[in-house]
Write a protein that binds this ligand. Structure first.
Ligand code: UDP
Length: 448
């Protein structure tokens, strides 16, 4: 009943010129004792949102280094995804918890999926809350279990996290993007590992300015006028309405400005269409606002083109687990303006690699400054790209996972360093593999 995802192939060697020869060699050495290990990633959807985005790159690269890895999608019907979307919102701080009946629905689907999961895995990696109960139901099906949390759990609805905790508490290993997302009461080992983007995926590979402009032009954008872009699901946490408000303020100063809101509809997000309609209504027929989604043929290349062509990329989120779109924009050397929340400050240093804002007014002011001063935008973008190269590209993420596999499978890394081999940035395998940003200094270690 779980659906395996069909994947293309990727070759780690292709990343050498971007990530560095020594770093790639380190990954190969880490992978050597893991060859043939059977690993499964379990998630709720193969389409839409950051988790799918990450696994389309990470899983093929794990295969390339010799791991026998699969990615499987759990079975769920609307009642289940409705409950898990509520859970997602509540875990990010929304006041409404699931009803007892919805919790029961969530457990029933977990039982069904747990029963159907094949066994014999060395490592099972369960992504996000949707399938989180599986470990407790069939612990014998894998030698080790990881729960990978992709959302911002820093201010959860107390009832909801209280109900979820018994299901996640005993995972031997958990992974969070940031230290402040780690809930109290976990018994296993906690890893703080942010995700990463694939610089060679169609979404992020280098597009010439002409090609990017040509693609945007096909969607009706006037490529000679300034363009603000936000790429994200239609979701209240992404605040597309606030982006429109900011755009309207910029428009008062710069009547030639345009806005593109590019948002895919995810198959596990039944709220998406309602919020899409609310966004269209808020745009109120403004011909310079372009609201596009994957049903308008906007795929990875088009997202790339919009991000590459934008004068400013915005991610005005109110909550943001990490925000892959931030690294995607910075990797394209784009000036960035985004909400000062969640994983965004991890990627953006105020005034150095972009701007962090807390209101539509601040967002508008920063966008207007950048449009008025192209040299400023170029400098921000250049520094932003260097930051992403160092911290947020997939080979770094792969390296972190391999180190965790060493640990859970009891493999000694050799070289006298043990499983927790020091990474070039000096972090350990069990903690943040990136230099923690200001304010997140103790981003590693056991939660207990
Ligand atoms: N995305 C996309 N098309 C869209 C909207 C989003 O391909 O129309 C991608 C976006 O480029 C990014 C991912 O979906 O790679 C969203 O991940 P992020 O971490 O920003 O947010 P999430 O959706 O996981 O909350």
């Amino acid at each position: 009943m779980l659906q395996p995802v069909t994947l293309g192939s990727k070759t780690l060697a292709d990343y050498t010129h971007i990530f560095g020869r020594d770093e790639i060699a380190e990954i190969r050495a880490l992978a050597e004792p893991l060859k043939g290990a059977r690993v499964v990633h379990v998630s709720a959807t193969a389409f839409g949102g950051g988790v799918a985005e990450i696994l389309y790159t990470l899983v093929p690269l794990m295969r390339d280094v010799g791991i026998d890895v699969e990615w499987q999608i759990i079975y769920g019907r609307e009642e289940f995804f409705f409950a898990t979307k509520l859970m997602h919102n509540a875990l990010q701080g929304a006041p409404e918890d699931l009803t007892a009946e919805q919790w029961a629905t969530w457990r029933e689907y977990n039982e069904m999926n747990a029963r159907e999961l094949p066994d014999g895995w060395d490592v099972a990696i369960i992504h996000d809350p949707q399938p989180a109960a599986m470990y407790g139901l069939v612990p014998e099906k894998a030698r080790s279990w990881l729960w990978r949390c992709h959302i911002d759990l820093s201010t959860p609805n107390a009832d909801t996290i209280g109900q979820l905790l018994p299901y996640i508490r005993d995972y031997p290993e958990t992974l969070f993007h940031m230290a402040q997302y780690v809930p109290d009461g976990l018994n296993g080992h906690v890893n703080v590992v942010p995700p990463a983007i694939d610089p060679l995926a169609p979404k992020n590979m280098a597009l010439s300015p002409d090609d990017a402009a040509y693609v945007c032009g096909q969607f009706g954008i006037d490529v000679d006028r300034p363009l603000l872009v936000q790429v994200s699901r239609f979701d209240p946490w992404k605040d597309p309405l606030g982006v429109i408000d900011a755009y309207k303020l910029v428009k008062e100063e710069r009547p030639d400005v345009q806005l593109a809101l590019v948002g895919s509809m995810a198959s596990d997000d039944p709220e998406g269409w309602d919020y899409y309609n609310a966004t269209v209504a808020h745009a109120d027929g403004d011909p310079d606002i372009f609201i596009l989604n994957n049903f308008n043929n906007v795929g990875s290349i088009e997202v790339n083109a919009f991000q590459s062509h934008a004068d400013v990329v915005i991610q005005k989120s109110i909550r943001e687990g990490f925000g892959l779109t931030v690294s995607e924009a910075l990797w394209k050397s784009k000036p960035f303006v985004g909400g000062d929340v969640g994983g965004i400050p991890l990627q953006v240093e105020q005034g150095v690699t972009g701007y962090l804002v807390r209101s539509p007014e601040q967002c508008a002011a920063r966008c207007a400054d950048i449009i008025a001063d192209p040299a400023l935008g170029k400098a921000l973008g250049r520094r932003g790209k260097a930051h992403v190269r160092k911290h947020f590209l997939t080979p770094r993420y792969l390296r972190d996972y391999l180190k965790i596999f060493h640990e859970v499978l009891g493999i000694n890394s050799g070289g006298g360093t043990g499983a927790a081999a020091a990474s070039p940035d000096g972090a350990t395998a069990r903690g943040a593999a990136v230099a923690p940003p200001p304010g997140a200094a103790s981003a590693q270690g056991d939660a207990a």
